[in-house]
Ligand binder design. Structure first.
Ligand code: PLP
Length: 462
């Protein structure tokens, strides 16, 4: 399996190289040259298998010969062993025909653990065998960073640096990043918002001297390995509700477009998905774009669903690449226009996008009301991100096709908003009950490339 860049000029790589490098050297994102197909018979055969067994069958063709069968099986086993639920991604019924896919039973209580735990194990196996050490730098709106630090803490061939926007993440998110004591993980509180963090991260990857000097590796949601890991639960959930014999729909609380893009890949592989719904909060650039109003950056307005507070949705580039019939020069031009503020999508590409994705938005008030109402109607306490999904799903779902809304985080990760809406304080699961007592370790850093590079170089063991 070969991976190509959305911008057309970076080297073609295999799975291991694409995973270890993250961002392509031409600034693009890696995508598989062709999408492996699963027949209806192969999908039907997933019924009744464990999450791990489904993960193996769905991901195996993308990995090629990078790992042996036994290595890949071991990687998957170890990745999900620390989850707090035997089903890994259990389904709960909310209403007639509406289901919640609980993706928050991993060690940091958000769906990011599904991908990050797997990536950690894949890095460990790939680097260990080569005897190499890499530096991972990531930017986070909260959940990616904690998942990355949790996945890589104590591994002996990686140093991890996570940039987060100072003062703009929840206390639980911050503490999950600042309390691990292992010396190979570093939390960096940067002045600015998440888009600033993401922009400085891109700058670091485009500084080839730094990139090659510290062997920079990326695990942000643009990493193909992460998208791939997320494809699995679309299959496990759909099959549990009767696929491939009947189609299902999904609604996905969306920020960087990684999770929803994994759903698109599942569909392209052959999973019968009817609606694939992008749910945004008040930072609704994706909803505006998918409604035909162009992709134009505004200011990010902080919300109660901070992991979706975004203007530049990185993985959307992958969706555009397919919508533009994989014409890299068209993507290069759009991304140039985006630097200057935004772009219009061509009519043909818009048709392709709208054929695959529906979209909706939830305001802050609607999100709060959904938390309140869902608790009353079904006894489920939703995190604000999941509530955005449930609200939009209720609006767009059609009778006759089961709708599966992705619950992307545990309510205890965002206790203030949840308590305000529901009157209930969501308790942390017992295994992380002492989070508020542990001491914190964090460096405050400016929104400045040179200063960041100097800081990171200073922290890496010689
Ligand atoms: C990251 C995140 C999202 C957004 O997912 P994307 O893949 O970036 O679209 C939604 N909800 C939560 C809780 C998250 O952590």
């Amino acid at each position: 399996m070969r991976y190509i860049s959305t911008r057309g000029t970076a080297p073609v790589l295999n799975f291991e190289e694409a995973m270890l490098s993250g961002l392509a050297r031409d600034g693009g994102l890696y995508v598989p040259e062709t999408i492996p197909q699963m027949s209806l018979t192969e999908i039907a055969a997933l019924e009744g298998l464990s999450y791990e067994a489904i993960a193996y069958r769905v991901m195996r063709p993308f990995v090629g010969d990078v790992f042996t069968d036994a290595e890949f099986e071991g990687i998957i086993e170890r990745a999900y062993a620390g989850f707090g639920h035997a089903a890994r991604a259990p389904l709960k019924q909310l209403d007639q025909g509406h289901f919640l896919l609980e993706l928050f039973h991993g060690p940091t209580l958000a769906f990011k653990d599904f991908a990050m735990q797997l990536i950690g194990q894949m890095f460990q196996t790939a680097l260990g065998r080569k005897g190499e050490r890499v530096t991972i730098v990531g930017a986070t709106s909260g959940d990616t960073g904690s998942a990355a630090i949790e996945a890589f803490r104590g591994l002996d061939n990686v140093d991890v640096f996570i940039l987060y926007p100072h003062g703009r993440i929840s206390e639980v998110q911050r503490r999950q990043m600042t309390t691990p004591t292992e010396s190979n993980v570093h939390a960096l509180a940067m002045d600015g918002d998440f888009d600033d963090c993401q922009a400085r991260l891109k700058d670091m990857f485009n500084d080839f001297e730094f990139r090659d000097g510290v062997r920079l590796a990326g695990v942000n949601s643009i990493n193909w390995g992460r998208v791939l890991a997320q494809v699995v639960y679309y299959f496990s959930a759909a099959v549990a509700l009767g696929a491939p014999h009947r189609p299902v729909s999904f609604t996905v609380p969306t920020g960087n477009f990684g999770d929803i893009f994994a759903g698109y890949i599942a569909k392209r592989m052959g999973l019968p998905i009817d609606q694939l719904v992008v749910a945004t909060n008040q930072n609704d650039i994706l909803h505006r774009c998918l409604s035909g109003r162009g992709y134009h950056k505004g200011d990010t307005v902080p919300s109660i669903s901070p992991s979706m507070d975004i203007q530049v949705s990185s993985n959307f580039e992958r969706a555009l690449f397919d919508a533009y019939d994989r014409e890299a020069p068209a993507i290069v031009q759009l991304m140039d226009e985006l630097k200057a503020g935004g772009f219009e999508v061509s009519q043909g590409a818009m048709q392709v996008l709208q054929q695959h994705y529906l979209s909706g938005r939830a305001s802050e008030a609607e999100t709060m009301a959904t938390i309140t109402e869902t608790l009353a109607r079904s006894g489920e306490l939703l995190c604000p991100h999941s509530a955005v999904g449930v609200k939009v799903a209720e609006e767009l779902r059609v009778t006759g096709t089961p709708m599966i809304t992705l619950a992307t985080a545990h309510p205890a990760k965002f206790p203030d908003a949840v308590e305000k809406a529901s009157g209930q304080h969501p308790p942390l699961p017992a295994r992380m009950g002492d989070l508020y007592e542990r001491s914190e370790r964090v460096s405050r850093v400016p929104n400045d490339l040179a200063a960041l590079i100097a800081h990171i170089k200073g922290q890496i063991p010689a």
